[in-house]
Ligand binder design. Structure first.
Ligand SMILES: CC[C@H](C(=O)O)C(=O)SCCNC(=O)CCNC(=O)[C@H](O)C(C)(C)COP(=O)(O)OP(=O)(O)OC[C@H]1O[C@@H](n2cnc3c(N)ncnc32)[C@H](O)[C@@H]1OP(=O)(O)O
Length: 329
């Protein structure tokens, strides 16, 4: 395959139904047409793979039933601001209850994740809480009302489906931890690629004190972030993890200097911007190949990497870079 060209392999299944129109195009127009078709075909295949949910009817999961149940526990909101820079700000907004997740907030989180999955210009995501604190987990008023096994298991599967999709977004994500990230709030931080903490903040897996273990996928992700020994200590000790210890464990990427809501968000934007510079198609491709490397067996990861490579090879960003012949000094 030569630089800037779409190889013969790629063209065979991409030729348009109207050959009379296609052959009237200039060579450049033909290359752009074929590249766009290749991009759409490959993206469709990758999107299809990614949207295969963790739980479905085969696992006795009834999404419509749990959605109706969660709808009964209203309050708060999950807001998304998609900025021109390609960075989205997702804010948990229930400050009266320390941003505890009500039932409707769980439903809104799923809606925001769907929105982000379809954000073509998206590159990064910062998740934070209103009122200078992150999230104190599930709304205990709702928890008490759905404490029967079936409702609890359905809520667990709903949140695992949603947080797994969040984790696999083709965006570089940060949990901006201000104040407290407790229980499900601590689990939510582990569904982000990185965590940044403000002075005095803490991440705390309080589940043991609730007679529980994490149910939103937090244990499985925590083991992959800090290792099984540290994860066992954090879950069995249920102690608060301050910024210094989080940094030491590799749970946090850094401690911000600002403690106030606006200042820390600005710092988080600046930190993330160093990784989201460049075309959205390339940043999204980078996240996709890393997700594949993290989650798939080697050969499947290699095949996904090949597919993702095919969406950017010979694309506008690649062709422009070749034309620039930049030196990486
Ligand atoms: C799988 C996830 C898991 C599950 O679903 O089973 C969970 O996440 S269970 C929930 C785990 N979280 C907690 O247990 C947190 C309980 N709350 C606290 O420890 C404190 O409120 C704290 C440390 C977050 C803040 O303490 P502080 O003294 O600063 O403030 P207040 O306690 O006065 O809180 C203000 C106001 O918010 C209410 N609140 C706080 N957290 C929750 C919550 N998770 N659910 C419902 N309500 C919550 C608190 O009750 C106060 O309201 P008030 O009407 O004044 O009592």
């Amino acid at each position: 395959m030569t630089h800037g060209s779409v190889s013969a392999f790629h063209t065979c299944h991409l030729l348009p139904p109207r050959m009379d129109i296609f052959i009237s195009l200039s060579p450049t127009e033909m290359a752009v047409f074929l590249w766009k078709n290749l991009f759409q075909t490959t993206m469709g295949r990758i999107l299809q793979q990614r949207r295969a949910l963790l739980y479905n009817g085969a696992h006795e999961y009834d999404e419509e039933l749990i959605k109706k149940k969660l709808q009964q526990f209203a309050g708060g909101s999950v807001n998304l601001s998609k900025e021109h820079s390609g960075i989205g700000i997702l804010t948990l907004n229930n400050s009266r209850l320390m941003n505890a997740f009500t039932g409707t907030m769980m439903l809104e989180l799923q809606e925001r994740v769907t929105e982000l999955e379809n954000w073509k210009d998206g590159k990064g995501l910062i998740i934070c809480g209103a009122g200078n604190t992150f999230c104190s987990g599930s709304d205990l008023n709702a928890v008490k009302a759905i404490s029967n096994s079936q409702d609890g298991m359905n809520m667990c599967m709903f949140m695992q489906n949603t947080l797994t999709r969040l984790m696999r977004l083709p965006l570089i994500s940060i949990a901006l931890v201000q104040g407290k990230a407790l229980g499900g709030g601590a689990e939510l931080t582990t569904a982000c690629d990185f965590r940044l903490m403000t002075p005095g903040s803490e991440i705390r897996f309080v589940h043991k004190h609730m007679g529980l273990v994490p149910g939103w996928g937090g244990a499985a992700r925590l083991v992959r972030i800090v290792g099984s020994r540290a994860a066992l200590q954090l879950l069995s000790g249920a102690h608060g993890v301050d910024p210094e210890r989080a940094l030491h464990l590799g749970l946090s990427e850094g401690t911000l200097s600002s403690s106030d809501e606006t200042g820390s968000l600005e710092e988080a934007r600046a930190w993330l911007s160093q990784y989201t510079e460049g075309p959205a198609s390339v940043i999204q491709a980078v996240k996709k190949v890393v997700t594949a490397g993290r989650e798939l067996p080697l050969e499947a990861a290699l095949r996904t990497e090949k597919d993702v490579f095919g969406t950017v090879w010979g694309g506008p960003a690649n062709l422009e870079a070749l034309a620039r012949r930049q030196k990486h000094k």
